[in-house]
Design a protein around this ligand. Structure first.
Ligand SMILES: Cc1cc2nc3c(=O)[nH]c(=O)nc-3n(C[C@H](O)[C@H](O)[C@H](O)COP(=O)(O)OP(=O)(O)OC[C@H]3O[C@@H](n4cnc5c(N)ncnc54)[C@H](O)[C@@H]3O)c2cc1C
Length: 403
């Protein structure tokens, strides 16, 4: 294992990782400011563009690097150690390219256009599907955004909430109910067609620019209707089992790693005058530091293991990984919240200080609970997968009793 990164051993990947580490260090200097103002870190996005990062997950045939999921997670974790908001925001764009490459969900010429503009112009992309009435789109509610068919295309009207990266989006994937039909369309629109309403004022992940976007009769030509789904039908983007969404646990684990580093440094250096040595020598502090290490190591090992499995899996096997990939997210977010909590207990009352980053980490990791997949969905998927598997083998495995 490399000293630079526990899970990365490929030389080219490590070289890229060094670039990301440098950027992450720069981002950490501005993170508190953007958090306070809930302002969008445009300069961080510009630096990521300048470094070419925004094209690293674009397939090689369009000029990108065709990065693996495994390597992407290392960079995303590292960015989150500097600024969680920047990592989550750019993570959607980076992950979407993996998702679209793995699923062929866009018509080829449309994907070529999106990919080429990411490489040549640094144009960014996200999927904005959440609405006030549907809540999480993963629950399957019909979007209230409407698409009215007109000659040559559609007119879209509606409002999306939680639109991360909105101040920098060029391409936006939008879901809309198609008028006079039960179908739902997935459309590709451009950032300059929408109005951004700056509503994002949450306690955590304040610099993600996850504002509302409003569409009023915006015209979308037929070629940008990228999928038309019957009620209950899943988007073609679901074909890959959701590996790309591991950018979410990578982000929250990165925040937790930053909290760990802060607490360890504090424990190694802080010596109140009641002690002859720094608090890192006190048994209850050692126990907390040990627990933080254990939680991080187990959650990260699971995440990188599943990423490797997803990278190596065939297209037809990837959907079967969905429950295990969801498990990574649930376990990682819980571990991240536990680690930040332990870090704050190690530091004591100073952890509450606005002069230190721990209180921001505490607010930021909490947002992970509300990114997909939700915990109840993961548990249901695991339960269904276990029952299905046992039912399939009940006649062939004589160790299992028949009830
Ligand atoms: C930092 C951040 C960034 C985000 N970025 C994006 C983005 O870029 N694009 C995007 O589209 N979305 C984004 N989201 C939105 C996210 O994907 C969810 O849609 C959003 O958080 C709402 O989810 P929810 O579970 O709170 O809401 P709801 O679905 O309204 O759920 C509220 C409560 O009701 C329960 N509930 C609701 N419906 C059901 C059901 N059918 N079955 C069981 N329980 C149910 C939930 O478990 C929850 O307890 C982001 C969210 C956050 C926090």
């Amino acid at each position: 294992m490399s000293q630079l990164h526990w899970f990365l051993d490929d030389e080219k990947a490590l070289k890229r990782f060094k670039i990301i580490r440098e950027l992450s260090q720069q981002f950490s200097n501005r993170a508190a400011l953007h958090d306070t103002d809930s302002s969008f870190p445009h300069e961080n996005i510009a630096a990521l563009r300048q470094a070419g990062y925004v094209s690293w997950t674009v397939p090689e045939m369009y000029g990108g690097l065709g990065l693996s999921l495994y390597e992407l997670l290392a960079h995303q974790e590292e960015l989150a150690q500097g600024d969680g908001s920047t990592a989550l925001a750019i993570g959607w764009h980076m992950g979407l390219f993996l998702n679209l490459s793995a699923t062929d969900a866009l018509p080829e010429e449309v994907f070529a256009e999106v990919a080429t503009t990411a490489v040549q112009n640094g144009w960014l992309m996200n999927s904005c599907a959440t609405e006030p009435a549907t809540g999480s789109p993963s629950r399957g509610g019909r979007p209230q955004t409407t698409a009215r068919q007109v000659e040559d295309g559609f007119l879209l009207t509606g409002r999306k909430t939680f639109s991360t990266l909105s101040p920098e989006l060029h391409w936006i994937l939008i879901t809309a109910g198609i008028e006079d039909s039960e179908d739902v369309g997935e459309f590709l629109i451009t950032g300059n067609q929408v109005q951004i309403v700056e509503t994002w004022n949450m306690m955590g992940m304040r610099a993600t620019g996850s504002h509302d976007i409003v569409m009023e009769n915006i015209f979308v030509p037929h070629r940008y209707l990228v999928a038309r789904l019957k009620p209950g039908e899943k988007s073609p983007r679901n074909r890959d089992g959701g590996g790309w969404m591991l950018h979410i646990p990578a982000c929250y684990l990165g925040i937790a790693m930053a909290a760990r580093d802060f607490a360890v440094r504090y424990a190694a250096e802080y010596r109140p005058n009641s002690l002859a040595q720094p608090i890192s020598h006190v048994p209850h502090i050692q126990e907390k530091l040990g627990q933080m290490e254990m939680k991080l190591l187990s959650a990260r090992t699971l995440m990188y293991d599943m990423a490797r499995r997803w990278d190596r899996a065939s297209k037809s096997d990837r959907p079967t990984l969905r429950p295990a990939l969801g498990t990574v997210k649930t376990i990682a977010v819980q571990a991240a919240m536990d680690v930040v909590d332990l870090a704050m207990r190690v530091v004591g009352a100073q952890s509450l200080s606005r002069s230190y980053p721990l209180e921001r980490f505490y607010r930021d990791v909490r947002a992970g609970l509300h990114n997909p997949p939700m915990d109840d969905v993961v548990l249901r998927m695991l339960s269904e997968a276990a029952v299905n598997e046992i039912q399939k083998t009940r006649n062939s495995d004589s160790r299992l009793p028949l009830f």
